[in-house]
Design a protein around this ligand. Structure first.
Ligand SMILES: C[S@@+](CC[C@H](N)C(=O)[O-])C[C@H]1O[C@@H](n2cnc3c(N)ncnc32)[C@H](O)[C@@H]1O
Length: 447
């Protein structure tokens, strides 16, 4: 069975919240405000309840808190207030290891935790319509809230569901021992030897068939789903903890042709990997935290963010989410190998991708319309967007515009900054690095 040593958490691909955010640069139109101390923020060991009394008004609390190490800067641009501080990062307690599965453009668990702690109570419903690897629902379950999630990509539920009610490690070990690995000797997808040693590929294919047969027979249980989730997570990566030879980071699968080029350039041949041993090892790592999530009334959907009739109107206390960004990520291409393992056609997955800001804004509006329907009066939405097109497009302004006319009050935009970025420019233009570095969260309240 697998090695008993912990892995060092490979493959965690949280988007970086800080590097380009922040700054000394006060917007020209922004009046300076003085911050007033209060008790908003949670100490690192804060349990699941609310961190402090607060004022009952989230924006006032953000502005007045002295708990973040420095006063919150409040600036106004185009009539929208920006709250700038190191709201979550170094001083927060470590995230639970159960989060450590890679997914492109996922956010750090500290982000949903920040809002869950401050804006909900135990047994409230916490939702993410674009849940990805499930950071929000998993964090909600850890905090004793009811996790709801949705994503158009079926991979998302396969990643999230097993980690909300994880099996015991002993059950995983017993199931791994019961799987007939000795019969998995034939590899039919020879082209995949660009990634895998033939014997490793035979184990992967055998496990895949075994899981699909159990699924077709209606016998796939929670331990099988856990093993499937770990296998999906281990398919490709850059260390010996993954099934594949060295490839690009584990949250993207390159094409076969590209992998052959990588192999030639690195003069590498896929080494033999022990699939059940690696699944055991990663399971041990993910299940190593003393507290694990559990939830009874969870609801995880696979569908479009703007069309979730199974969620009852006026029931959700909080949504913490991050939509697909503008023309940045091709989740379909990234996920072809994972879709194959899961037995789904990646072309059938309807991911929303936009080249024009106008179309993106219309998409966001339709999602916000649905969120306004399902959110209870006084409930909140934290809608995170990243920096795109070198900071020349401020997506948060389009989220604010998309909310107009809906029963949602925009409380402001939060900018989470880290210590080492404090001399850069908050408004993005001076930060000409590529990617989604400068993330902002539009916070709204249902009227
Ligand atoms: C930025 S990622 C979210 C990552 C997530 N916050 C996490 O921590 O893993 C955006 C997600 O939106 C999903 N998506 C794209 N179009 C969608 C749509 N129309 N409806 C629902 N989900 C969609 C993608 O599959 C992807 O998982």
């Amino acid at each position: 069975m697998g090695a008993h040593a912990r892995t060092s958490g490979p493959g965690v691909a949280a988007r970086d919240d800080g590097p380009l955010f922040a700054g000394t640069g006060r917007h020209p139109s922004a009046p300076a405000r003085e911050a007033v101390p209060s008790t908003l923020a949670a100490p690192a060991s804060m349990p699941a309840g609310r961190p402090g009394p607060g004022s009952g008004d989230f924006a006032v609390d953000l502005e007045n808190s002295s708990e973040f190490g420095a006063p919150t800067r409040v600036e106004t641009a185009d009539g929208v207030r920006y709250f700038i501080n190191e709201f979550w990062t170094s001083r927060q307690r470590q995230a639970n290891r159960i989060h450590e599965v890679s997914y492109r453009a996922c956010f750090k668990p500290q982000l949903p935790r920040f809002y869950i702690q401050r804006l909900t109570d135990p047994n409230d419903i916490v939702y993410d319509p674009f849940m990805g690897r499930g950071t929000t629902p998993v964090e909600a379950a850890l905090a004793g809230r009811i996790p709801y999630g949705n994503d158009t990509n079926p991979l998302s539920k396969a990643f999230t569901e097993p980690r909300i009610n994880p099996p015991a490690l002993s059950e995983v070990v017993a199931r791994l021992e019961a799987i007939p690995w000795q019969t998995f000797t034939e590899a039919r997808r020879g082209e995949l030897t660009a990634f895998y040693h033939p014997e490793t590929l035979a184990q992967i294919e055998g496990l895949r068939r075994w899981l699909l047969e159990r699924q077709d027979a209606g016998r796939l249980d929670s331990v099988d789903k856990w093993i499937r989730m770990i296998a999906l997570n281990r398919l490709t990566g850059h260390s010996s903890g993954f099934f594949s030879v060295y490839t690009l980071p584990p949250n993207q699968a390159v094409s076969l042709e590209r992998q052959r080029i990588i192999n030639r350039r690195r003069n590498q041949v896929p080494p033999r990997r022990d699939v059940p041993a690696l699944i055991g090892r990663k399971s041990r790592s993910l299940l190593s935290s003393s507290v694990l999530p559990s939830a009874r009334d969870l609801l995880l959907l696979t569908g479009q963010s703007h069309d979730t009739p199974r969620i009852r109107s006026g029931t959700v206390a909080l949504t913490v989410t991050s939509p697909p960004f503008l023309d940045v990520v091709d989740y379909g291409t990234d996920n072809w190998l994972r879709c194959w393992f899961l037995g789904i056609d990646p072309r059938a997955v309807k991911l929303s991708q936009f080249r024009s800001v106008d179309r993106w804004q219309r998409f966001v509006r339709s999602t916000l319309g649905e969120l306004a329907r399902i959110t209870r009066s006084g409930g909140h939405i934290a809608f995170e967007v990243g920096e795109v097109r070198n900071g020349t497009v401020r997506l948060e302004t389009h989220v604010v515009a998309a909310a107009r006319g809906l029963p949602l009050d925009v409380l402001g935009v939060m900018v989470n900054q880290q210590e080492f970025t404090k001399t850069s420019n908050c408004w993005g233009i001076a930060n000409n690095r590529r990617g989604t570095n400068s993330n902002r969260i539009v916070v709204m309240r249902k009227t």
